[in-house]
Write a protein that binds this ligand. Structure first.
Ligand SMILES: Cc1ncc(COP(=O)(O)O)c(C=O)c1O
Length: 1010
């Protein structure tokens, strides 16, 4: 058909509108697959949709559609759907003759306002649930409706989709293989599929046919439109179609489909038999899209709408092909509240009636008792990654433990989140960032190499291979057991290759026969010798490398497919104990810890392990850390950990005894500081460092008045709070005390003075405070400021400001303190200390956070003069400050910065990141400013009038956390995203950060009009 001869223009539509309905409105053309659709706008009204058929359309079919809409309107369900508008002559379908003399039918419906589902960004789980919910309500409303015209031949009906087989020739490999795979599978299930319950369904709930509410934070599906494809077919096809479109543009298609299915099931309960067919039905809708697109490209090359879904459909088809249909089936069951594996309960019953002894599995060991071992992410027995990755050490520790419990077999691990599998080799990018395959599905029995393994019951060998490779199974045997009630499989991993592969597929091993013997590393997959014993209710199509660990997000499904092997052996020591939940932790904290201790993020995270620039939660999920500048040389840096552990094993006392560690630390620090700053005192925290610094200043000058910056923060002690405008000017604060003098935040972007040359203006503000003090008949004690004001929102001091301010303070008799608690130890990149960026030498430098890499140690460096004046006879005693353990740790931190050239890394990665952030700010103007030095950066979010965007900043931090990236917010208006990661942060990490920032900046909530 020539598209040009059937097309209707907008002015023709307006004319038809007037002639038939006596309505004057503005028509604009809408995409349509069959009809020509026009949106009719009328001032102050919702408007209409005018639908003009193609020539010679079947009128009866249109009548069916009008009846359907009227039936929905009359249904009890609280459904929003377009309503039928009758023409001047009270017809719900009118007839016209077009310019080519062809008969066309015209219908008009009310316009359902709102945006369409495809425009929603992001499409989170709650939203997808609501899509399912809405679709289920619609299915329910149509249950009692039928019409002769609803029974017709239609290419878009999944039930009729095998027509696509005729068109395979349009494709070449690998696409052809994918299509025929799904067609063959669908053909094979026809007998049961055709028996599924049927009803009239919408048949096209795609992402342009569902209208959503306008709430950008919590959008919900509101109504389905365009009923032009409605048909009497298998009811499940509607949810299948919803899923086919709903999983597009999501990394993990199966995961994306689950909320849709769950939502649908909540309003229209699906039957178990239907869920068995859902994977294939979804696939077949995608097959139809792919086939129709290929055909339409040839038939109507001008109508791009006809292949709009081709690319995303293929992206899903490629992924869908790799998903086990059984796994999908069990996942759908889980989403609908059924036991994921249909035989889970049967297996449990069978196992409870058939007790086995451990000595049947290991007859040569003669032991039946188990000593449980915790190898989870939070296990202190596992210790540091460097240790558990060292096979000899792991094995040595295991042997030691075996020696301690000679009458037990060491075992455990079912559903344990293991740190071993959190390396990037086990990672995938799911719908919410990085996921690790960390959940262990079997029980490990830690026994010597060569230990023979015997079968508990008769089984047929279905897999016997060498699954070679690091952290694989090595020698692997899987047996199939057919009992009177249930079929299941048992898996034996990490056998010696020879003993495993001696078995032949199809061999029947009688109860008690030997399966093989434990292997040693490296042939057993490079593990200390142990048996990985797993039970499976389904092989899921795997013929090698059956998963022994699963992604946390899929745990509920996997635990049903792979039930606890201890159901067979029933070792008491391995019975699952109730675990402390996150709720328990929160509740306890709320009850027994101070209310002013806050928790980060709307949904707080329980962190149990750190590794470099990553933190890991209790389920082994890794988070990229852009926040914790305390873990300066990387979380749990091994050299630092060891330095602390080793020294702790020797001696830890106060600094009144001689010890080389305190001198070594002083030496390391002095090497980095200006020559004038050559005396050190060691304390335990940044607050304590500033407390001491102020005491020193008072002792040296004899004056109490301190000048500090607006929104500065210097610590939590009494004195520190008194000089921290961030606190006393913030919530719960009572303003500046008598002896504190605050000058305005030297913020050249949104501060009192703005632009490129503000140094003198802010210096004048400092001068005003000096005069203020003098006017009270007193004089300046000290001036304290950070080189980049962190709580102020990473505010860089204007060029030249610090030198002039120092000069004036000194002229007034005060001394200058540089608070380097955040900025010190190489983070600035260009310089080791922040003050060095400004070409000044303070009288006192306070050092905190990074110095101990998480261990509480801090320091005060000062000039000889300050130190001498402070030492007025009163002893400065600090119980913990400068103890040998803290000093060993801090020395190793500074040495690591130097050895691993982390200052250089801060410079290179920091500059790269800053330039990428600046590029981002060009695309997203709400990024008002990107600032900072090295790996100490800030991004400030503002509207066109420079008003702070706190809610958007908070949104970004929380959404980044959803994607496994930790970020923090700060600044007086809470509109600055701070970036201050461990210095081992890499360029790849920076790229990942930018990738997700870019993604989230495009989300609806961030799209504020500037
Ligand atoms: C600039 C600055 N100074 C001092 C402190 C206080 O350090 P601490 O928390 O170790 O007492 C902090 C803490 O955040 C800080 O940011």
């Amino acid at each position: 058909m020539d598209y040009k001869t059937i097309k209707i223009t907008t002015s023709e539509a307006e004319k038809i509108l007037f002639e038939l309905y006596n309505i004057k409105g503005k028509a604009s053309s809408l995409p349509g697959y069959i009809d020509f659709n026009f949106r009719i706008k009328i001032e102050n009204e919702e408007g209409y949709i005018l639908k003009i058929s193609r020539p010679d359309e079947n009128k009866k079919y249109l009548e069916f559609q009008q009846d359907l809409l009227q039936s929905i309107e009359a249904s009890d369900e609280n459904l929003i759907a377009p309503k039928v508008i009758k023409d001047k002559n009270n017809n719900s379908i009118s007839e016209i003759t077009d310019a080519f003399g062809k008969r066309r039918f015209v219908r008009m419906l009310t316009w359902v306002s709102g945006s369409v589902w495809s425009s929603v960004n992001p499409q989170l789980e709650d939203f997808r649930f609501s899509l399912g919910e809405q679709c289920g309500i619609l299915t329910k409303a149509l249950q009692s409706f039928d019409h002769p015209e609803a029974h017709y031949t239609f290419e878009w009906d999944i039930a009729q989709s095998l027509w696509t087989k005729e068109h395979l020739h349009l494709f070449s490999e690998p696409k052809k293989e994918i299509l025929s795979y799904h067609q063959d599978k669908f053909e094979a299930i026809q007998t049961s599929y055709t028996k599924l319950r049927k009803s009239v369904v919408h048949n096209d709930p795609n992402d342009n046919n569902i209208i959503v509410s306008s709430d950008v934070l919590h959008p919900r599906a509101k109504a389905a439109i365009d009923y032009g494809d409605a048909i009497y077919t298998q009811t499940i096809n509607d949810v299948a179609i919803l899923c086919a479109y709903g999983v597009m543009e999501h990394n993990d298609s199966l995961d994306a489909s689950l909320a849709l299915v769950k939502g649908y099931h909540s309003t229209f309960p699906l039957e178990e038999i239907e869920l068995e067919h859902l994977y294939h039905a979804i696939a077949m809708r995608l097959v139809i899209i792919a086939t129709k697109s290929a055909m339409n490209k040839i038939e109507e090359p001008d109508n791009e709408y006809l292949w709009i879904s081709e690319k995303p459909a293929w992206e899903v088809l490629e992924k869908w092909r790799l998903i086990s249909p059984d796994f999908a089936h069990y996942s759908f069951r889980e989403a609908c509240g059924f036991t994921p594996h249909p035989n889970e309960e049967l297996f449990g019953q069978w196992a409870s009636n058939h007790p086995f002894q451990l000595s049947e599995l290991f007859p040569s060991i003669h032991l039946n008792k188990v000593h449980p071992i915790d190898l989870s992410v939070s296990s202190t027995w596992m210790g540091h990654q460097e240790e558990f990755s060292n096979m000899d050490w792991f094995q040595f520790k295991m042997k030691q433990l075996q020696g301690e419990v000679p009458n037990n077999i060491i075992a455990g691990g079912y559903l344990e989140p293991r740190p071993i599998y959190t390396s990037s080799a086990y990672d995938r990018i799911g719908n919410y960032g990085r996921e690790s395959r960390s959940i262990h599905l079997g029980i490990d029995y830690w026994l010597p190499a060569e230990t023979p393994i015997h079968t508990l019951l008769e089984g047929e060998v279905v897999i016997a291979i060498n699954d070679a490779g690091d952290k694989e199974y090595g020698g692997l045997v899987i047996l199939k057991h057919q009992t009177e009630t249930v079929t299941f499989y048992t898996l034996y991993g990490h056998l010696s290759v020879k003993s495993a592969t001696k078995n032949k597929i199809g061999d029947i091993l009688k109860k008690g026969s030997k399966i093989g013997a434990l292997g040693n590393y490296p042939e057993n997959g490079n593990w200390p010798p142990h048996l990985h014993f797993q039970v499976m209710l389904s092989l899921l199509g795997f013929n090698v490398d059956y998963p022994g660990v699963a992604y946390f997000s899929e745990m509920e499904v996997w635990k049903s497919i792979c039930p606890d092997p201890n159901l067979l052996i029933k070792s008491e020591a391995l019975q699952k104990k109730e675990k402390t939940t996150q709720r328990d932790l929160i509740n306890y904290r709320k009850k027994y810890l101070g209310k002013s201790l806050s928790l980060q993020y709307k949904v707080p995270v329980e962190m149990v392990r750190g590794a470099g620039q990553y933190l890991m939660d209790s389920m082994g999920r890794k988070y990229l850390d852009t926040v914790n500048n305390v873990a300066h040389v990387g979380h749990e840096n091994y050299a630092v950990v060891k330095a602390g552990q080793e020294q702790m094993a020797l001696i830890n006392t106060n600094s009144r005894y001689l010890h080389k560690n305190i001198n070594a630390l002083a030496e390391e620090l002095i090497e980095t500081l200006a020559p004038e700053l050559n005396v050190l005192h060691f304390v335990n925290s940044g607050s304590e460092a500033n407390e001491l610094a102020i005491r020193m200043a008072k002792a040296v000058t004899g004056k109490k008045d301190i000048i500090a910056s607006e929104v500065g923060y210097h610590g939590n002690s009494n004195m520190c709070i008194d000089i921290s405008s961030y606190k006393f000017d913030g919530k719960g604060g009572k303003g500046a005390p008598e002896h504190t003098h605050i000058f305005p935040l030297p913020d050249a972007f949104r501060g009192k003075y703005r632009g490129n040359h503000t140094a003198d203006d802010y210096v004048n503000e400092v001068q005003k405070q000096i005069e203020n003090i003098k006017n009270k008949g007193r004089n300046v004690g000290a001036f304290i400021i950070e080189p980049i004001i962190s709580c102020g929102g990473q505010i860089e001091l204007p060029e030249g400001f610090l030198a002039k301010a120092y000069q004036m303070v000194r002229e007034a008799g005060g001394i200058c303190i540089s608070d380097e608690v955040q900025t010190g130890c190489g983070r600035m990149g260009k310089t080791f200390w922040g003050f060095q960026l400004h070409d000044v030498v303070p009288d006192i430098v306070t050092i905190g956070k990074p110095l101990g890499n998480g261990h509480p140690i801090a320091a005060v460096a000062c000039t000889q003069e300050v130190a001498d004046k402070f030492a007025n006879g009163m002893e400065y005693f600090n119980t913990f400050g400068g103890n040998p353990v803290s000093c060993a740790i801090a020395t190793e931190v500074i040495r690591t910065v130097k050895r691993e050239k982390l200052q250089k890394n801060a410079l290179v990665v920091g500059e790269f990141l800053k330039s990428e952030l600046k590029k981002l700010s060009k695309d997203f103007p709400i990024i008002g400013e990107v600032r900072g030095q090295g790996l100490f950066l800030g991004i400030e979010l503002v509207d066109a009038n420079l008003n702070p965007l706190e809610a958007q900043t908070d949104y970004i931090a929380n959404r980044m956390k959803d994607h496994g990236i930790l970020m923090s917010t700060d600044g007086p208006d809470h509109n600055v995203l701070k970036i201050k990661p461990p210095l081992v942060f890499t360029k790849e990490n920076a790229e990942e950060l930018i990738y997700y920032l870019r993604k989230i900046f495009t989300e609806d909530f961030m799209m504020i009009l500037l």
